[in-house]
Design a protein. Structure first.
Length: 160
């Protein structure tokens, strides 16, 4: 079952890269008492994700924060080391919190997994973006297969 507006973000542990190395972080720590924009990509270093999706949120971070957003999160079914390298490559700095869902458990709990086994990529995340306030989803935009429209930074800015 896919998460929808009004649903709570599942309470789970993920990994985030930090200057001191990988760190476990809970979704409760990220979402409770905060307004959060989270977008997910099928994979770090993949073409659309690297050329458009993450760069849009890095570029528009100040405008998104100006709309009352506390944290911008990028989620991918990749390991924490890949997410750290991608953040560095993309200049994400402290503008975007990178979350590694290495096993895809969180993505599956959201009901937003994407089976790319036939393409050699395993099970990944669909491309989506959501807004959550105090752990409850207020807006969810899931892309059609191959699409890049409703989850881009500009679309989320308009939804805020």
């Amino acid at each position: 079952m896919t998460i929808k507006a009004g649903d709570s973000i599942p309470s789970m542990k993920l990994m985030t890269p930090t200057a001191d190395g990988p760190k476990e972080i809970s979704t409760d720590e990220i979402f409770k008492g905060k307004k959060v924009v989270m977008f997910a990509v099928p994979g770090a270093f993949t073409p659309t994700c690297s050329a458009k999706h993450l760069p849009g949120f890095v570029q528009d971070a100040d405008a998104i924060h100006a709309k009352g957003v506390d944290t911008i999160v990028c989620l991918a079914v990749n390991d924490v080391f890949v997410m750290g390298a991608w953040a560095k490559d993309q200049g994400a700095g402290d503008k975007v919190l990178m979350l590694a869902d290495g096993s895809g458990a969180f993505t599956k709990a959201l009901g937003l997994e994407l089976d790319l086994v036939a393409r050699g990529l395993g099970v990944r995340s669909q491309r989506f973006a959501l807004v959550a306030e105090d752990g409850k989803v207020t807006h969810l935009a899931v892309e059609a297969p191959g699409g890049f429209d409703v989850s881009r930074a500009e679309a989320i800015l308009a939804a805020l």
